[in-house]
Design a protein around this ligand. Structure first.
Ligand code: ADP
Length: 683
């Protein structure tokens, strides 16, 4: 049996290096990290034990601390699930955890000079799991045996870039981690971790509500008693060693809100979420009546990296039955659009053997699920009302996920969700709520207007906004992919319909200036131009019409009320679907001087090639103006060159522009009688 030497991945080496040289003063937290790993391992054993009872040990599931003051070691053991060889290499040698990854990426963003302080700060924020042991130990060994196997393994490292693996002996499944402690150095935050008082205090502070007993052998002195039960004088007390359970295990979610401090709630959050930043909101609640349950849910302050990999969202909400951890599967307990929540749901009246299948159909679970959703929405409402800055933070992190609830057909929470929905707007730079929009709305305004696009920068420039701006009408701006889906359902909020300004015909009536009588020249007759544009662009658009929504730009693209938007079409293609290509409608601004001029050109029998070039230019311009992507940028750059050549009086190089053949005399030269648009070429 030989020792194998392995090298840590570069990222782990980086973290280890930081841990070994850490200036972080709260070194005690290593213990809570190890205890919390052990507690997870016990939970997992219990869960796997449901389907394979042979895995569960006869004795109690527990976590044990053991010290050897002379050898200066501290060990933490559990009789949990243990790890196979593959799992050890995967979990302890590489960087599996999101927390560590975020830790490193946050650290790398700091300037070199700030790094020491930043490391300390970030260890506090993220915790770094198992690796934090190297803050207090010069050597760490881990002996583990996966439940259901008889192979045990010893992992050992000094945190210097490599670790060794050896076969080992271990009588039962579980894991023991032994720390060979660095010398005590109180100034440096290194306390004596072989001292039972120190350990007791740390466990009480950080791990009191771990649901498994954390035990330690403690020594105490007991007076020697006589037959009457009185201490015998002159006889030294005897030393008794006995087991002490260091944590109260009192499920924090069972206690009433008034009994629990914010700090305790946050500490529990760290335990269940492995996130070391404080949550944005804590939601404790009790459901009483036909069914009884307690919930303690948290809204984290940052979205986890796997938020959009639904299958992989882990450590969301855990199901307990009468204080016993049953499973991690949040899917029966919460709708998908609340998958970012962390915490615990404890049901009083379910069977301990409840299975995933039963959960999905159980009436009680349905009722508890509604309760949890209701309480969460109430908490978000409160944030919106009392802490607008936090509310915006929540929306930036989780708004897109919450809006999945607006898109989901089966959910009855749409009104409540609309009530907390925030959006960017043409008024101000802050996110705004629909209620604030309604409050600012013009007295006779009938709808809540919105525009969807790929990015805020792009849609803020959209020509579609022009006439709304001119009339002082606010438009909400949406840029998340999910917005297409829920807004397509044409929701209403407080009796006002949400109306897309990029679809259907919009007639906003006269602008204030028009009403004053200025600028009110009637639109020129544009029929000829419209017809010509329809012909030239017949492959690209389904109609060309006069716009009711433009004031400054010459053209824009819009859809029919029931058309797929270009974003939705693109998204469906990305999802592997093949929606029919939706042609859009080109709207022209009848008051724009260029359009007027073009109409005159058309009426004066200008050469078709010049008109077609302008038509193509306008179409491309409409795509660019809304931040869209040109289908063929090369062809468009040739169109622009043609336009430029027309402007300086040189014949366009491609006198037959790419595109549909026209019924007019093709291959017309650009020579024209109209010098202002296309001076005679010298060709
Ligand atoms: P985290 O616990 O946040 O995932 P760690 O670095 O502390 O990160 O641990 C990495 C992984 O190692 C854990 O996710 C778990 O799979 C495994 N692990 C750690 N300690 C134990 C243990 N006592 N028993 C079983 N597995 C463990």
């Amino acid at each position: 049996m030989t020792t194998e030497q392995h090298t840590f991945t570069a990222e782990v080496q980086e973290i280890l290096n930081l841990m070994v040289h850490s200036l972080y003063s709260q070194k005690d937290i290593f213990l809570r990290e190890l205890i919390s790993n052990s507690s997870d391992a016990l939970d997992r054993l219990r869960v796997e034990g449901h389907s394979d009872p042979a895995l569960v040990p006869e004795g109690e599931l527990e976590i044990r601390l053991e010290v050897d003051a002379e050898a200066r070691t501290l060990s933490i053991s559990d009789n949990g699930i243990g790890m196979s060889r593959g799992e050890v290499v995967e979990n302890i040698g590489t960087i599996a955890r999101s927390g560590s990854r975020e830790f490193l990426s946050a650290l790398r963003q700091k300037q070199a000079g700030e790094q020491d302080a930043a490391t300390a700060d970030l260890i506090g924020q993220f915790g770094v799991g198992f690796y934090s042991t190297f803050m207090v130990a010069e050597r760490v060994s881990l002996v583990t045996r996966r439940a259901g196997t008889d192979e045990a393994l010893r992992w050992e490292s000094t945190g210097d870039g490599t670790y060794s693996l050896d076969p080992a002996d271990r009588a039962y499944a579980g894991t023991t981690i032994t720390l060979h402690l660095k010398p005590t150095d109180e100034e440096d935050g290194l306390r004596d971790y072989t001292d039972q008082f120190v350990l007791r205090e740390i466990v009480k502070k950080h791990s009191d509500f771990v649901a498994h007993p954390i035990r330690m052998k403690v020594e105490r002195e007991e007076p020697v008693l006589d037959n009457a039960g009185n201490p015998v004088e002159g006889v030294l007390p005897k030393k008794v060693v006995e087991d002490e359970t260091l944590n109260s295990m009192k499920a924090i979610w069972i206690r009433s809100k008034s009994e629990v401090s914010a700090e305790e709630y946050h500490e529990f959050y760290r335990l269940v979420s492995h996130d070391w930043q404080d949550p944005l909101a804590t939601i404790p609640a009790a459901m009483e009546g036909a069914f009884n349950a307690r919930i303690l849910l948290y809204i984290p302050s940052k979205a986890p990296f796997d938020l959009y990999h639904r299958e992989r969202v882990t450590k969301s909400v855990q199901l307990y039955v009468k204080r016993v951890h049953i499973m991690d599967d949040w899917k029966a307990l919460l709708p998908e659009w609340l998958r970012f929540l962390k915490g615990v749901i404890d049901c009083e009246d379910l069977s301990l053997n409840v299975s995933r299948e039963i959960l999905q159909h159980d009436r009680q679970v349905k009722a508890i699920r509604s309760f949890a959703v209701k309480k969460t929405l109430e908490a978000i409402d409160r944030l919106k009302r009392d802490e607008p800055e936090k509310m915006r933070e929540l929306w930036r992190e989780f708004g897109a996920v919450l809006k999945e609830g607006l898109a989901a057909a089966e959910d009855d929470y749409r009104d409540r969700l609309l009530g907390v929905t925030l959006a960017a707007s043409t008024v101000g730079d802050e996110l705004t709520s629909l209620d604030d929009y309604l409050a600012r709305m013009k007295p006779d305004q009938e709808a809540i207007y919105f525009l969807v696009g790929n990015s805020l920068d792009a849609i803020r420039q959209s020509p579609l906004l022009e006439s709304f701006a001119k009339r002082g009408l606010e438009v909400l701006l949406f840029t998340d992919p999910v917005d297409e889906f829920w807004l397509e359902r044409e929701p209403s909020y407080k009796d006002k319909k949400l109306v897309s300004i990029s679809k259907g015909e919009i007639d906003l009536g006269e602008t204030p200036e028009d009403a004053d009588g200025e600028d009110a020249s009637p639109p020129p007759a544009l029929d000829g131009l419209l017809q010509a544009l329809r012909t030239y662009l017949q492959d690209d658009v389904k109609d060309v019409r006069v716009s009711g929504r433009l004031t400054d730009s010459p053209v824009c693209l819009v859809g029919d009320a029931n058309d797929l938007s270009p974003q939705l079409e693109q998204m469906m293609r990305q999802l592997g679907q093949d929606p029919p290509k939706t042609k859009r409608i080109l709207e022209i601004n009848s008051t724009h001087p260029f359009i007027g001029k073009l109409s005159e050109l058309e009426a004066g029998n200008a050469p078709t090639s010049a008109l077609e070039i302008y038509a193509r230019m306008l179409y491309g311009q409409a795509i660019l103006a809304e931040g869209g992507t040109l289908p063929d940028p090369g062809a468009y750059s040739r169109v622009l060159m043609d336009v430029a050549q027309l402007a300086v009086g040189v014949a366009p190089s491609s006198s037959e522009p790419s595109g549909p053949a026209t019924d007019a005399n093709d291959n017309d030269s650009a020579t024209t009688d109209e010098p202002s648009t296309a001076p005679p070429s010298d060709a």
